[in-house]
Design a protein around this ligand. Structure first.
Ligand SMILES: C[S@@+](CC[C@H](N)C(=O)[O-])C[C@H]1O[C@@H](n2cnc3c(N)ncnc32)[C@H](O)[C@@H]1O
Length: 763
């Protein structure tokens, strides 16, 4: 069981932009991403889905044809409501008008369209093919905006249908939420936004989990753009997500859970074209068990009255209705499927089905089995694969006897030809406050009696990333761990094997609120008594504030304080709040810590107004243009303030308005460093450039000047000036980050490079 998709590594969708140019070749898996529409055929796929009746007969051709078309680019405006409306205004009022009436070779291409069903018009679709976007000047300029704003986290490129599950979770700011299979994190970001829509105080929590260690780091990176005191990233196989203690005998139960499970991804065929060649019904059959185990685990962790959303980017009932039906029968009387037909009213959706066919694929062709028993008879008769004798397709893939009573039609199936999207499945489940009485002869599923998940199957997410490997199977993992342990005892373990046995993340501990370093921060910024000095977290065992302090909220503190960190497999928690400034002249600095740009909005809540210095666009321009502008370049009250300020971190509020060749729609809060003779803006270089584009209509940032004495790093950097550039547009505060499309890369935490920090500090 479990066909391996041999030869696929890294990102399956990486070469999509070269599609349509070459014919498919059997040689390399990635070549199939270049597959031409005539070759997008798979008789087994067509036959199987015709048999499922998920698409009415008279729509079959439209369904099949659109699967061969390039998927439009879709993206979402992210961030707090006020922030998002500014960015959205920019798209609506500046870019869309500039892209009207664009023609290339006599063909007219439309500007981006707001996706009709997405709330408040905050999601967009751009249908023009990529080659046009790269060629036509207005589209090209929009593309630059898109890439830049995605990089700093103001936009999120996300498949339209993948935006649906978080919208149906109905998250409120006080909720305790769990995203069980969260990486790379586009839905996680939506949940964080819902938990803190106005970027004020949020009492809720989100645990974003993924079984893949590497991908949890993508998750940390992705969520860095939406910092939250209530966010925790963990690294568990979701089928075995542990019970978490909150102290006092209380176990954490969740108000909301998302199970966006690993799946065969056949709803992503428009993007992941190699699926045309590789698809088999066994992909879904093999994933069914892990999907069911994840959903079952979620059901055990939900509060009565809580809501659980199950989703896949697959059309396959084996991964969808069959999983939901089996999970409901594993919890008889406890759950109901929520009718969400009144939600997202403009979204065209198809009801879930109550009857479906199950197929095996022994010799490269679909073989249908009416019942589980008939299938087992075929296995025993040697008509199926040998290995199916031990495991094979689980019984729960077949429709249960009570399939029509479960309300499966209240699930949503999104078909690509309805709204020019990918395919998707969503089911919203609610845990009853009081379980219904269940008849003694009711259909029941015992999850513990089901076979283990298949090893070696692979899954695809809606970004086309191969996501599932051996972590699928707890038994495989356990066996591997046992083998490594045996080697360790025998002294034959390799370095890698030794390392694999340990959870590699640094421990988390809270800093003593009375610690001198905390006191120095409180004094420097004159933090109010409400400042949660008892919720500052560091990454070492001893609560030592060495380099970075994170800030968390009450519930995250309870989680960290009441559970052993290795058992929690915690990768990150809270918001990076304070970063230590390293310098050879550290003794001259009143406070050795600066506020991180990621955490500034969290810290600001406790900073008195007198410690936030208002500046105009002229000062902001100076700070943007030059890496270390001399203090003499500033004027008026700000210059006076700088003249009498000590070296160290200051917080500024750039006032909204027009001036200095720029325009800012919302005030913006930023950390700056006051050195002896110069200033510097403590934000990531990329973010600075994007801000500059938005406020001044061009990237006016100059590269860092060469330092006079690189070895000591003690001298003032050379600085030059530059003339004004034309103005447009807006700004609000932005987190640091990298483009979602690049999320595969390592986490970028840089705000200001070490060298730059040193230079700024000493200048
Ligand atoms: C469909 S993707 C999730 C996409 C994500 N929700 C998003 O919106 O960006 C499935 C994820 O499940 C993870 N995964 C696979 N098996 C898992 C398991 N047993 N437990 C937890 N996560 C798992 C994969 O590493 C992958 O990141």
């Amino acid at each position: 069981m479990g066909r391996k998709h041999n030869g696929r590594g890294g990102q399956a969708g990486k070469h999509n932009d070269r599609r349509n140019r070459t014919k498919p070749q059997r040689g390399g898996a990635n070549d199939w991403n270049n597959i031409v529409p005539e070759n997008m055929q798979n008789a087994n796929f067509e036959e199987y889905y015709k048999a499922q009746n998920i698409v009415p007969e008279d729509e079959w051709d439209s369904f099949l044809n659109i699967l061969k078309e390039e998927l439009p680019t879709t993206f979402r405006v992210t961030g707090s409501r006020a922030h998002a409306s500014v960015i959205n205004g920019l798209i609506k009022d500046t870019y869309v008008p500039s892209m009207q009436d664009c023609e290339v070779d006599g063909v007219k291409y439309d500007p981006p369209n707001a996706i009709g069903w997405y709330p408040e018009g905050l999601a967009w679709e751009l249908s023009a093919p990529k080659r046009i976007v790269r060629k036509q000047p207005a589209f090209k300029s929009f593309q630059r905006f898109l890439v830049g704003e995605t990089e700093v986290g103001n936009l999120s490129r996300q498949e339209a249908v993948s935006m649906i599950p978080p919208l149906l979770m109905d998250v409120e700011p006080h909720h305790r939420c769990l995203d069980m299979c969260a990486a790379p994190g586009s839905k996680t970001a939506q949940i964080i936004e819902a938990l803190n829509p106005h970027h004020t105080e949020s009492t809720g929590m989100l645990i974003a989990n993924d079984a893949d260690y590497k991908r949890t780091h993508m998750l940390v990176h992705q969520t860095g753009r939406m910092p939250s005191k209530g966010l925790v990233v963990t690294n568990f196989d979701a089928t075995m997500f542990p019970n978490i203690s909150l102290g006092g005998g209380e176990t954490l139960k969740f108000d909301r859970i998302l199970g966006d499970v690993p799946c065969s991804g056949d709803g992503t065929m428009r993007k992941n074209r190699e699926i045309w060649r590789k698809w088999s019904p066994m992909d879904g059959n093999s994933l069914h068990i892990v999907q069911l185990r994840i959903l079952d685990r979620a059901m055990n962790m939900l509060k009565p009255g809580g809501r659980l959303v199950y989703s896949t980017c697959s059309f396959n009932p084996a991964e969808n209705e069959a999983v939901v039906a089996a999970a409901l029968n594993a919890h008889p009387g406890e759950y109901s499927i929520v009718d969400v037909s009144d939600k997202l009213p403009n979204l065209k959706r198809r009801p879930g089905i109550t009857t479906w066919k199950v197929a095996s694929h022994p010799d490269g062709k679909n073989v249908y089995h009416e019942t589980y028993e008939a299938y087992r008879a075929a296995v025993e008769a040697g008509e199926e694969r040998d290995k199916d004798k031990d495991k094979g397709i689980p019984k729960t893939v077949w429709p249960p006897a009570n399939a029509t009573e479960l309300g499966l039609e209240r699930s949503l199936r999104l078909l690509p030809h309805d709204q020019n999207t990918g395919g998707f499945f969503v089911c919203v489940l609610e845990k009853k406050l009081k379980p219904d009485a269940v008849a003694a002869d009711a259909v029941r599923v015992n999850i513990d009696e089901l076979p283990e998940a298949d090893e070696g199957v692979e899954a695809i997410d809606d970004k086309g990333t191969l996501s599932l490997k051996r972590q699928l199977s707890p038994s495989v993992e356990a066996a591997e761990v046992a083998a490594k342990k045996a080697k360790l005892e025998a002294g034959t373990a390799t370095k890698r094997e030794k390392r694999d046995l340990a959870f590699r993340e640094d421990p988390f501990s809270f800093v003593d609120p009375a610690h001198d370093e905390v006191q120095s921060i409180v004094n420097w910024f004159q933090l109010k008594d409400s400042f949660p000095r008892d919720k500052l977290l560091v990454r070492n065992e001893y609560g030592n504030p060495l380099r970075t302090m994170y800030i968390v909220n009450d519930v995250v503190k309870a989680v960290i304080s009441n559970n052993d960190y290795t058992r929690l497999r915690m990768i990150s928690a809270g918001v990076k709040a304070f970063v230590r400034q390293d310098s050879q002249k550290r003794d001259e600095i009143g406070c050795k810590w600066r506020v991180s740009s990621a955490g500034i909005l969290e810290v600001l809540q406790d900073v008195p107004e007198s410690k936030v210095h208002t500046v105009g666009l002229d000062s902001f321009r100076t700070l943007t243009e030059e890496m270390y502008p001399p203090i003499d370049k500033f004027t008026g009250a700000f210059k006076e303030l700088l003249d009498k300020s000590e070296v160290g971190n200051m917080l500024i509020k750039v006032e909204a308005g027009e001036g200095a060749g720029g325009k800012l729609d919302l005030p913006m809060y930023l950390p700056v460093w006051k050195a002896k003779n110069s200033m510097s803006l403590l934000i990531d270089k990329k973010e600075k450039s994007v801000l500059s584009e938005r406020v001044f209509g061009a990237d006016i940032c100059k590269p860092a000047p060469p330092r006079k004495d690189d070895a000591s790093g003690l001298n003032t950097p050379e600085v030059k000036t530059e003339g004004n550039t034309p103005a447009v547009n807006t700004e609000v505060n932005t987190p640091v980050g990298e483009g979602e499309e690049d999320a595969e890369g390592e986490a970028v935490e840089e705000e200001v490079g070490e060298d730059e920090e040193e230079a700024a500090l000493n200048s």
